[in-house]
Design a protein. Structure first.
Lengths: 543, 425, 458
């Protein structure tokens, strides 16, 4: 008995244990195991696809060659080479001439019948590249960049950086940073002028001391003390660089006195100076030429501030009007327009290096073109108007502009060793009908007029010109309404004829334009509407 | 030498003066000139007459008597009488003086959009002319010899414009045609100057005004032709508009864009029989060009010279599009001071650059078309006998910015000489 | 009588009762435990497996929420719940790899790569239900903000927490590259800092190794010296070693016995995922989001010194989208891209382009995601993709782009994304072809259980 009972209980227990072990879920315990199992699963490495996903990037060809052949090459710093080849390797011009072997695999640009110029250099611009630093903010596919290239620009200045319009890439975009340091030297603030001169004197004194120290040391003087240079920071370090010739100063002024003073300053301290504006420089060109300043000018610029009208002799002006007119005019100007169209020519005659820039540095597609940076050659053409030789005008937007910026070792002319920045036009750069057909930047074709829809329809090149999209709406507007005087008001008592009804007795019926529609069922006879509408026989009236 | 007898003197003088009297057989010469007004001769390196035959004479001569042109021809045909002052343009291209048919600089810029009502049929720019102001001097320096001074476009009907010359001391001296035009802007600017007006209202307003004026004219015509017995009342304000309907002067329309230009054609040209000259004509107005070409409506495009089509990503030249559609009377303007008046030629330059490939037509737009538009082509616009002696002398292609205007003549007198007075532009 | 006696008297009955009770318990327990061996069979459906061929009329057998067998004639085990899907089309559940739907993540800026969406997932139940109803069974919930706002999570749109919900808590590090002037510098500096951290660690390891070497050499010398001493002392070898008196010596002894573990200096937490990216740790990848062609150029330029696994999220629902300009560049490197199913106009023209099609033709690995983060966009998604297919996108590419490819991007393609043995049974039942505009979602099944359906299934 005891045995069997014990056996029963044992069996029950065994069965329960069996249940326990085989149905862990019911007891909650192996939740951890479950969790562990899941974690294991999650830690399992992701399918090993990423390693194989990215194939070896297509091997870039070792060297990229570009040959522009068949065109007349205007080198700017050398002769014009007719029917010549410009050969570039990896964005640098390696050969220039007529009998040049073009390596296999080179990209060939056939410029037969076209002219090859160096890419234009704009010494100020806005909107073509991003804000400084341009290589980290420019939209390299932007419409403004395309417009700049279509105008022949390849190098532009944004802020204080000279960079290229490298469409579609950021490689080799920046040419030079820290182009200029701005100084101010105006008659309006003599304290500021004194302060500037004092600072420059101080720095110049330091340079002199350094030189003296060097000499003394060389001579064996043991007491020679090295001049203290801890104070050379901030603006003083800039001035030091300026006086050493490592950086160029820039200032804006228009009036003769300011121009003379600026030129004197540059000459006295011996630093490189660029003057922006220079409206009255035509009057002080000899001084500017002597002091070796460079200029940035706009031939079409007028610095007259407002209208001046009335008799030419000021004494005749009504004294009440004088304050108003004085506010408009700048009596300090030597001429009413402030500038002279001959400014460029006069500067050229006196040996002043200058760059030409249009009135506005940005590009607008708002409606008026021809005055912005996309038509910079036109601005140079206006300098020719004043007597400047055409070659000098072209230099002012190519090599001289590059010289001003200090990047003429890279851009500004077509020479072996310089960057392959070229523009190919279908005519003279300064002629109004010439348009840029191709623009090459760093040896890459960055703009092709035919492939870019913007201007492809204007004097299309060869047969690849785009088809004109028909856009006229030749909708026939129908017969024109003639001028009809006022309708006679209906006589009170009579109802005006309702549309479609039989018209009332003839004589009072207002003229209708055209026939009345025939009443349904009635036949419309060929000889007109005599039976239907007596009114149509009457005078139509009106005009 | 023998003793000089009176006979000898007379013979010698007669021999010298004979060429002046030679008439017939020589082309382009008027009958015997009057003795009071002196003759001036102009030598031309290249003479672009801009006449109907499109004559270009190399090494030409123009004889000017007083204000008018008396003779034109090659130097071999037109002999310059001895003692006759000669203006030497033998290094220059000589064109008719340029005509700008949309400008606001002949007068006071401050009154540009003066108005009492949305329609001001009684205002006249002739009362605000300021001869010889700085802008006019600039115009002369660029070869512009006549301009249309109009009020601004801030009103539906802004007032009468005046066509003036760019040289003269008084308003009477400079006036070429008064009224030169009536300035009408159906939309496109008045809504910015007048509070809460829209196109419905402006079209209605203008149309009813013009219909009223038309009715006045028609009533008077009927009276004059005897159709009406009762003499209509004379309305001082409406009276000047009779000439508009007789097409003695034009209505200058500030109009642009497709819808507006179409309304101008239907409402004014067709329905009211007014000779309208379309100014501006920018944006997508060129889509109405077939209508314009059909009716030979003059188009004076500008100052906007391009339109960026944002649906096809293309930059369209404005005059180019009209020329493409076959518009014959096509010119450009500056709407100065929006663009400087001296860049009047430059509008043609850009027009050609952007696709109006016929440079001759562009130059015609600067000269004879501008005159035709304003109905002053009997006096200016081309170098033909009997017209005013308004010339511009360029160092080369007039629409090439590299060529400078070195000399300008208005009414037979030199009013700008770059070599003497300094090159102003 | 005692219990014992009762049992003694009726021991057979008692044993029988006990046995029956035990059996009852066990079967009951088993019965209560229904995911032990739960079979579901879907029959008669047109099955689009994505990873293989389409099966015109087939059967899917699901065991415990995992697909056991797929085929034309598959034996259905007993017992199984049978879902008759005759006339329906079965797809893998749709996967949206990058979305803010149904979640409200904090917006962060700067480098916050360690912040995980998995930790702050705050769902809207209605939205989750809506997403399920639209057919999406997996979503990549991304963090929000600028710079590197955090790490995304791949999860099912279930509102209850459970083992089935999260599929990958570290799906990808999300990076914004939308505005070069703002993001380029940030990304570059983030990677530079991470590199510095790695260098710091490597330097510390090097220093430690050197220290260890030196210590080992010294210990060796010392040991030799002691040995010599011991040898000199002779018999005293067997003596137990003298107890150390100084604690310092104890440390030395420890070093001798087991080398101490090198603990590298901690990496700043926000940069840990970036360090993993640079070190190409398995399973760690980044998503980079931008909308313009130029942004891509800037991104590649900014991080050109670093090689790391990254995929692209292209925001192409803008009117100024010019991404076709870089389609060939992306295709050449067989980039994996996530695109919205939109047909755009080329900016300023009347010419339309189908960006997904261009990318596929160029060679990219395409994933598609709805063009918005709301439920409506998810509901419209299939129809939008249908428009793309009608406009030229390859049908198979489109199907993959909604299912298998996003799964690969999220690192969970071994669990979801296709209908084959071993995958979770996340299925979408459609009333017709997925690219037929009249098609409606009939049922949505998650891990073998129908969670959304027009016809309720018990």
């Amino acid at each position: 008995m005891k045995c069997s009972a014990f056996a029963t209980i044992a069996a029950t227990l065994a069965i329960c244990l069996f249940v326990l072990l085989t149905a862990p879920q019911a007891w909650g315990m192996p939740q951890d195991e479950r969790k562990k199992a899941m974690e294991e699963k999650l830690e399992k490495p992701a399918p090993a696809e990423e390693a194989e996903k990215k194939d070896e990037p297509a091997k870039e060809p070792k060297e990229k060659w570009l040959a522009v052949k068949g065109g007349d090459v205007y080198t700017i710093t050398g002769p014009v080479l007719r029917d010549a080849i410009v050969l570039a390797k990896d964005g640098i011009i390696v050969d220039l001439g007529r009998d040049i072997a073009i390596p296999d695999g080179a990209e060939i640009l056939d410029a037969t019948g076209h002219r090859v110029y160096p890419g234009l250099v704009a010494v100020s611009s806005s909107g073509l590249l991003g804000s400084e630093p341009p290589e980290h903010s420019t939209d390299v596919y932007g419409l403004n960049m395309i417009l700049g290239l279509s105008g022949g620009l390849t190098t532009v200045v944004t802020g204080n950086t000279a960079a290229k319009l490298t469409y579609g890439t950021l490689e080799k975009m920046v040419l030079k940073r820290g182009l200029f340091t701005t100084i101010s030297y105006s008659r309006r603030s003599s304290a500021q002028r004194r302060a500037l001169r004092a600072d420059l004197d101080k720095v110049r004194g330091y340079l002199r001391d350094v030189e003296v120290f060097g000499l003394r040391k060389a001579a064996g003087d043991k007491d020679a003390k090295e001049p203290d240079n801890k104070w050379i920071k901030g603006k003083y370090s800039t001035y030091l660089k300026l006086l050493k010739g490592e950086v160029t100063a820039i200032l804006s002024c228009d009036l003769t006195q300011d121009l003379r003073d600026a030129a004197d300053l540059a000459e006295y301290y011996g630093f490189n100076l660029v003057i922006r504006g220079g409206g009255e420089a035509w009057a002080v060109a000899p001084e500017l030429g002597r002091s070796n300043v460079s200029m940035i000018i706009t031939p079409r610029r007028k610095i007259r501030q407002g209208p001046s009208y009335g008799p030419e002799d000021d004494e005749d002006i009504n004294p009440d009007l004088q304050p108003i007119l004085a506010a408009w005019e700048d009596k300090r100007l030597l001429r009413e327009t402030g500038t002279s169209p001959e400014l460029a020519r006069i500067l050229y005659d006196h040996g002043v290096t200058f760059a030409i820039i249009p009135q506005s540095g940005y590009i607008s597609l708002g409606g008026i073109t021809g005055r912005d940076i996309a038509t910079m050659p036109m601005e140079a053409a206006f300098a020719v108007r004043g007597g400047l030789p055409e070659d000098a005008a072209i230099e002012a937007i190519t090599i001289n502009a590059a010289r001003l910026l200090g990047v003429d070792h890279r851009v500004g002319s077509i020479e072996v060793g310089k960057d392959a920045d070229l523009i190919i036009l279908d005519g003279d750069l300064l002629h109004y009908k010439s348009m840029v057909q191709w623009a090459v930047v760093n040896g890459r074709i960055a703009y092709d007029k035919e492939k870019e829809s913007l201007f492809a329809h204007i004097r299309p090149r060869g047969k690849e010109g785009t088809e004109a999209i028909p856009e006229f709406w030749p909708r026939d507007l129908g017969p024109m309404p003639t001028f009809v005087p006022d309708v006679e008001p209906p006589v009170p008592g009579e109802e005006p004829p309702a549309p479609g009804e039989e018209p009332p007795a003839p004589g009072e019926e207002p003229p209708v334009a055209g026939e009345e529609p025939p009443v349904a069922g009635e036949e419309k006879t060929d000889d007109g509407a005599d039976e239907q509408s007596p009114a149509t026989k009457e005078d139509e009236g009106g005009k | 030498m023998k003793r000089l007898t009176l006979t000898t003197i007379v013979i010698v003088l007669a021999a010298l003066l004979a060429p002046c009297g030679v008439a017939g057989g020589v082309p382009d010469q008027a009958p015997a000139p009057e003795k009071e007004v002196p003759l001036v001769a102009v030598r031309c390196g290249k003479l672009l007459t801009m006449d109907a035959d499109k004559r270009v004479i190399n090494n030409g001569v123009i004889l000017v008597r007083g204000r008018l042109i008396e003779a034109i021809g090659p130097a071999s045909d037109v002999k310059i009488p001895k003692g006759c002052p000669v203006i030497d343009g033998s290094d220059y291209w000589v064109t008719p003086g340029l005509v700008d048919f949309h400008s606001h600089v002949g007068g006071d810029l401050g009154d540009l959009n003066d108005g009492v009502y949305l329609t001001n049929p009684d205002l006249r720019t002739t009362e605000t002319l300021t001869p010889n102001n700085e802008y006019v001097k600039d115009a002369r320096a660029a070869g512009v010899t006549s301009l249309l001074l109009i009020p601004g476009s801030g009103n539906n009907m802004a007032g009468f414009g005046t066509i003036v010359k760019t040289a003269g001391r008084t308003a009477e001296e400079i006036t070429l045609k008064n009224p030169g035009c009536i300035k009408i802007a159906q939309a496109g600017n008045p809504e910015r100057w007048w509070y809460r007006v829209g196109r419905f209202f402006m079209y209605w307003n203008l149309r009813t005004t013009l219909e009223e004026l038309r009715e006045y004219h028609d009533t008077w015509c009927a009276y004059e032709e005897g159709k009406i017995k009762e003499k209509p009342a004379v309305d001082r304000i409406k009276e000047p508009f009779r000439d508009l309907f007789r097409q003695k002067y034009v209505a200058v329309m500030h109009t642009q864009g497709y819808q507006l230009m179409m309304t101008t054609v239907t409402q004014l040209w067709d329905a009211l029989g007014i000779r309208t000259v379309m100014d501006h004509c920018t944006f997508d107005g060129y889509k109405t060009a077939p209508l314009m070409a059909e009716r030979n409506v003059p188009i004076v495009a500008g100052p906007r010279n391009i339109w960026f089509d944002r649906h096809d990503r293309r930059v369209n030249g404005v005059p180019a599009k009209y020329a493409e559609a076959g518009v014959k009377i096509l010119a450009t303007n500056t709407d100065s001071p929006v663009l400087p008046i001296e860049e009047h030629f430059y509008q043609a330059t850009i027009g050609v650059r952007m696709g109006w490939d016929n440079a001759y037509d562009a130059l015609a737009g600067l000269t004879i078309i501008g005159a035709e538009a304003g109905l002053t082509h009997d006096r200016v616009g081309s170098i033909e006998i009997g017209k005013d002696a308004d010339f511009a002398f360029f160092t080369g292609d007039p629409i090439d910015p590299r060529s400078a205007c070195m000399l300008t003549m208005v009414n037979g007198k030199v009013v700008y000489d770059a070599k003497k007075d300094g090159q102003r532009y | 009588m005692s219990v014992y006696e009762i049992i003694k008297g009726h021991w057979r009955r008692a044993a029988l009762m006990a046995a029956v009770t035990a059996i009852g318990l066990t079967t009951g327990l088993f019965a209560a435990d229904d995911d032990k061996e739960d079979f579901v069979a879907v029959t008669g459906a047109r099955i689009i497996t994505v990873s293989g061929d389409e099966i015109k009329s087939g059967t899917i057998v699901i065991k415990n929420g995992v697909i056991e067998a797929v085929g034309k004639n598959v034996e259905i085990p007993f017992p199984a719940r049978v879902i008759d899907a005759d006339g329906l089309v079965v797809l893998p559940g749709l996967i949206n790899p990058c979305t803010l739907a149904a979640n409200r993540p904090y917006s962060r800026s700067g480098v916050q790569a360690h912040m995980k969406v998995a930790d702050e997932f705050d769902p809207y139940k209605e939205t989750l239900d809506g997403l399920l109803k639209a057919g999406f069974t997996t979503l990549g919930f991304r963090p929000r903000g600028s710079g590197i706002p955090g790490t995304a999570m791949a999860a099912r749109p279930l509102s209850e927490c459970g083992a089935d919900r999260v599929l990958n808590p570290d799906a990808y590090v999300f990076m914004e590259a939308d505005s070069p002037s703002r993001d380029k510098r940030l990304l570059k500096s983030a990677f530079d800092t991470a590199k510095k951290e790695i260098e710091k660690q490597e330097k510390a390891k090097k220093d430690w190794d050197e220290k260890q070497k030196k210590a080992a050499e010294e210990a060796k010398k010392k040991a030799e010296a002691e040995k010599k001493q011991a040898e000199q002392k002779g018999e005293k070898k067997d003596q137990p070693k003298p107890q150390p008196e100084k604690k310092g010596e104890a440390g030395k002894k420890d070093e001798k016995k087991e080398p101490a573990k090198f603990t590298p200096p901690a990496i700043k937490p926000p940069y840990v995922p970036i360090v993993d990216l640079i070190q190409k740790k398995e399973g760690v990848r980044a998503f980079v989001a931008f909308g313009q062609a130029s942004d891509y150029i800037h991104f590649e330029d900014g991080l050109k010194d670093y090689e790391f696994a990254h995929d692209y999220v292209l925001r192409n629902n803008r009117s100024d989208c010019d991404l076709p300009l870089v389609a060939d560049k992306l295709g050449k490197k067989k980039a994996r891209v996530v695109v919205m199913p939109v047909v755009n106009f080329r900016p300023l023209t009347r010419n339309r382009f189908n960006l997904p099609k261009l990318l596929v033709e160029a060679g990219c690995h395409l994933s598609l995601r709805p063009s918005n983060d709301d439920v409506r966009a998810h509901t419209e998604f299939l129809r939008q993709v249908a428009v793309l297919v009608a406009a030229g996108l390859d049908r198979d590419a489109a199907l993959k782009a909604m299912t298998l490819n996003p799964a690969e991007l999220l690192g969970i393609s071994d669990r979801v994304g296709s209908i084959e043995k071993g995958r979770d049974a996340d299925l979408l039942f459609l009333s017709g072809d997925p690219f037929d505009l009249a098609t409606r979602v009939e049922k949505v099944m998650v891990k073998g259980a129908v969670v959304e359906g027009r016809h309720e299934i018990q």
